[in-house]
Design a protein around this ligand. Structure first.
Ligand SMILES: Cc1ncc(C[n+]2csc(CCOP(=O)(O)OP(=O)(O)O)c2C)c(N)n1
Ligand SMILES: [Mg+2]
Length: 330
């Protein structure tokens, strides 16, 4: 890690918590692939490779006052905001108790009213103008909260991105735009998506702060988002932060990425996988020992086992509730 936690005022406990959430996201995701390949759950869309950016960013937010408007890969964000492995498994198994959508939406459509996670639509980038709306409400109510939204680099080519950022900039709204650049939009590589080096360069066109951060360094991401939050609550308007990482899995469980990228390229990216490099940093700092690591992993494994069993055996929604949340009800 180039950034040191002491320089940011983070305690050992805080960085260990960050690591634990990253690991939890990774381990839930891995379990979901096994469940998918054994025919138990229909669909997986992964966070793998982006956990550091997601957890580093969310750790800089106030989960009691801020709103998260995440996109489908953000397991690290929603875990930090308090969603549990059980809730995520209920969603993966599409069961009635799933707090995201009662088992109606595909996994990855995160939403939890109590935990301040705002549900999104399937068309990519629609969460961006939604977040701007939340920031406008916060500003009109004179609350001290920010809206935090995330999206992929491919999504930064959608109209919603440009319209949302422009409006937020003109009105100095407290919103943080985090672009999780993982170098692909399904099969389309970065150089076929944009003709600028960094998505963050687009910030200049809207008169807001923009910067690009190493998405494998959770502490650097934490620092950037913490400063963005400070600017936002001080009335200095929105920021566009781009994190650079790599999508370690195929786009989804229905994609075969060997048709468009080499195995060597994927193996190369695994060498700088932040779940491992951040673990090494914590070991070097004397914060994580082998024993502690095993204790954390075994606790997470037990929790995921329990969550899997619970969700697998939970009830599906009653057929009679099919129209709920679709049409207005009396
Ligand atoms: C408006 C819209 N167009 C196309 C799609 C299909 N689609 C789903 S994910 C995706 C790729 C998005 O890439 P990026 O924004 O880089 O996010 P990533 O999946 O790489 O994290 C596409 C094209 C969609 N959901 N919505
Ligand atoms: Mg992408």
């Amino acid at each position: 890690m180039k950034t040191k936690h002491q320089d940011l005022g983070l305690t050992e406990e805080q960085v260990l918590d960050m690591y634990t959430t990253m690991l939890e996201a990774r381990m839930i995701d891995e379990r979901m692939w096994l469940l998918n390949r054994s025919g138990k759950i229909p669909f997986v869309i992964s966070c793998q490779g982006q956990e550091a950016a997601q957890v580093g960013a969310s750790a800089a937010l106030d989960t009691d006052s801020d709103y998260a408007l995440p996109y489908y890969r953000d397991m690290g964000v929603v875990l930090h905001f308090g969603m549990t492995s059980k809730e995520l498994m209920l969603s993966a198994f599409a069961k009635a108790e799933d707090p995201n959508s009662g088992g109606r939406q595909m996994p990855g459509h995160f939403g939890h009213r109590v935990k301040r996670i705002v549900t999104g639509s399937s068309p990519v980038t629609t969460q961006v103008p939604h977040a701007v709306g939340f920031a406008l409400a916060s500003s009109m109510r004179k609350e001290n909260s920010v809206a935090f939204t995330t999206f992929g680099e491919g999504s930064s080519n959608q109209g919603d991105f440009h319209e949302g950022i422009n409006f937020a900039s003109v009105h100095d709204l407290p919103v943080i735009f985090l672009c999780e650049n993982n170098k692909y939009a399904i099969s389309v590589p970065l150089d076929k998506q944009l003709n600028v080096e960094h998505v963050s360069e687009r910030a200049k066109a809207y008169g807001i702060h923009g910067e690009t951060i190493d998405g494998n360094d959770p502490l650097a991401v934490y620092d950037a988002v913490r400063k963005a939050r400070e600017r936002a609550v001080n009335g200095e308007g929105p920021s566009l932060i781009e994190t650079i990482s790599y999508r370690l899995t195929p786009h989804s469980s229905d994609d075969d990425d060997s048709t468009y990228r080499s195995r060597e390229e994927v193996e190369e990216a695994k060498k700088i996988d932040a779940v491992h490099t951040f673990g090494s940093y914590l070991r070097e700092e004397g914060i994580l020992t082998e024993e502690k690591e095993e204790e954390i992993r075994s606790r997470i494994r037990d929790e995921i086992d329990e969550a899997t069993d619970y969700a697998e055996n939970a009830a599906y929604a009653e057929v009679s509730t099919l129209m709920q949340h679709v049409y207005e009800e009396e």
